[in-house]
Design a protein around this ligand. Structure first.
Ligand SMILES: NC(=O)C1=CN([C@@H]2O[C@H](COP(=O)(O)OP(=O)(O)OC[C@H]3O[C@@H](n4cnc5c(N)ncnc54)[C@H](OP(=O)(O)O)[C@@H]3O)[C@@H](O)[C@H]2O)C=CC1
Ligand SMILES: O=C(O)C1=N[C@H](C(=O)O)C[C@H](O)C1
Length: 252
């Protein structure tokens, strides 16, 4: 009896998708039943009998990919960035009519990155200043990164709970945007550099001290443990989960 989980990967030719294909193929409890690239017909994943779809495509495609999966009763594990509040709200509406279907949207599948986001959230309540620097390869399509945006949102939520105001900043003139992006009131700076993969620092400052929380992904294999955790767990988490920490017992 083949009780392996049937998996389809979207984005099979990409940096992440090709890694995910290898990870699924190497997993004894998973069966890769379909792997789609740009232009391929999504109906192939239904015809192949997929139970879980892994989306590692591009921001312009991911929403339709996930809508299709949920509409056909397939669980989805999503790493692709570009999921703003409006997109998340639409997906929640669709899932409300699709009982039992689970969707995980994970800004970052690396366990260290998930922990660094949580540590940033925890620490942010105790520091006057918090800023984020994310550093990636120069072929990344979006800025700031989904991980940095998620970290900023968690930091802002933590600071609001603690009754902390904005980080002190006397800037009066910034004609070139040197102070970076403003994400939920947190300054986020994006670096794109040949030779990098995926890196982030949360900088927290008080008078006389600084705490730096840094995570580095040197190889995309670092994301695969989280991708496989998502595939193996999504069916047990109906509805929408944002963040791999929702599938982990961090005890924080
Ligand atoms: N959550 C996480 O841990 C991580 C998330 N990411 C995110 O994942 C996404 C992919 O990153 P990365 O692999 O580096 O990007 P790539 O551009 O290397 O890969 C994306 C792939 O998707 C393909 N594609 C585009 N549209 C479709 C479609 N409709 N159906 C199937 N395939 C399609 C592209 O085709 P083509 O080659 O023709 O362009 C490309 O091969 C990004 O949003 C990135 O931010 C990345 C790393 C980790
Ligand atoms: O594009 C990438 O490479 C990555 N994208 C994700 C993001 O935008 O946060 C995750 C990781 O940083 C790598």
């Amino acid at each position: 009896m083949n009780d392996r989980i049937k998996v389809a990967v979207l984005g099979r030719n990409g940096r992440m998708g090709s890694e995910a294909v290898r990870a699924v193929e190497d997993a004894p409890d998973l069966e890769l039943v379909a792997a789609l690239g740009r232009g391929d017909d999504l109906q192939e994943i239904v015809d192949a009998g997929a139970q879980v779809v892994v989306d590692l495509t591009v921001p312009s495609a991911t929403r339709e990919n996930v809508r299709f999966a949920v509409a056909h009763g397939l669980h989805a594990v999503v790493g692709t960035t570009g999921w703003d509040d409006d997109a998340l709200a639409q997906l929640r509406e669709q899932l409300a009519e699709a009982s039992g279907t689970g969707v995980l949207i994970a800004p970052n599948f690396a366990v260290g990155a998930v922990l660094a986001m949580k540590f940033s959230e925890l620490a942010a309540a105790f520091f006057e200043s918090v800023e984020i620097v994310e550093l990636h390869h120069p072929r990344k399509l979006d800025a700031p990164s989904g991980t940095a945006s998620r970290t900023a949102e968690l930091v802002a939520r933590s600071r609001e709970r603690a009754g902390r105001g904005s980080s002190p900043d006397a800037t009066e003139s910034d004609p070139f945007g040197a102070r970076g992006a403003d994400v939920a009131g947190v300054h986020v700076h994006s670096v794109r550099l040949q030779g990098l993969v995926a890196h982030q620092e949360t900088l927290l400052g008080n008078t006389g001290e600084q705490l730096t929380l840094r995570h580095d992904s040197f190889d995309r294999v670092s994301f695969m443990t989280g991708v496989l955790l998502g595939v193996r767990s999504v069916a047990e988490h109906p509805g929408l989960t944002v963040g791999l920490d929702g599938y982990m017992d961090l005890g924080l």
